[in-house]
Design a protein around this ligand. Sequence first.
Ligand code: DX5
Ligand code: ZN
Length: 220
Amino acid sequence: MKNVDIKIAPSILSADFANMASDIISLENSGADIIHCDVMDGVFVPNITFGIKMISDIRKVTSLPLDCHLMIVEPEKYVEAFAKAGADFITVHYEACKDNLADVLKLIKSFGVKCGAVINPNTKASVLDDVLPLCDMVLVMSVYPGFGGQSFIAETLDNVKYLRAKIDQIDKDILLEIDGGINNDTVKLAKEAGANVIVSGNTIFKAESRAHAVLSLKNA
Ligand code: DX5
Ligand code: ZN
């Protein structure tokens, strides 16, 4: 594998929502590279988290890039609002957009925000072949979206490997992110497969030292 710069993106799904600012500051002090914000609507996934106001409030307390993972139906309706709230990346699910995906990615870019496509564990990565050149990031789900603390699905590494090979053929710096069930063991598999942005919720939030957990994931 190429010697790539690994970025760690803690997922605030595992944060204390009543103390979000202090959790964000603690992640920043722990060496996090990106803040991964899981937006869920209770329709696309069977859970509800937070929305646009949370992103604009988080924007006031950190200068780290905000990576907004939209697990919502009809994401095109909300892209502008998330962009104005201060998102640096907006990723949308293939399964929520289907034939519309290229247009939604272009819409995200039109607001000056980096765009990304996400695939669920049971979606073949080849569905992204046509849109890959439009993406700044692709996100491979290694669990079914909706909840933190689930077990890593090893078969999803095939999607990571497929996309790594495709990205390496394109003359553009496209981040390859993996999300779900990442711990000090599974992170090694994810990196070997070619992921370079590592999302982690429980492993970081349940650690005695968040700084140590971030460093371990980075160096594993
Ligand atoms: C799942 C979310 C993930 C999740 C990861 O729907 O997209 O970002 O919070 O949490 P862990 O690392 O605990 O699996
Ligand atoms: Zn996520």
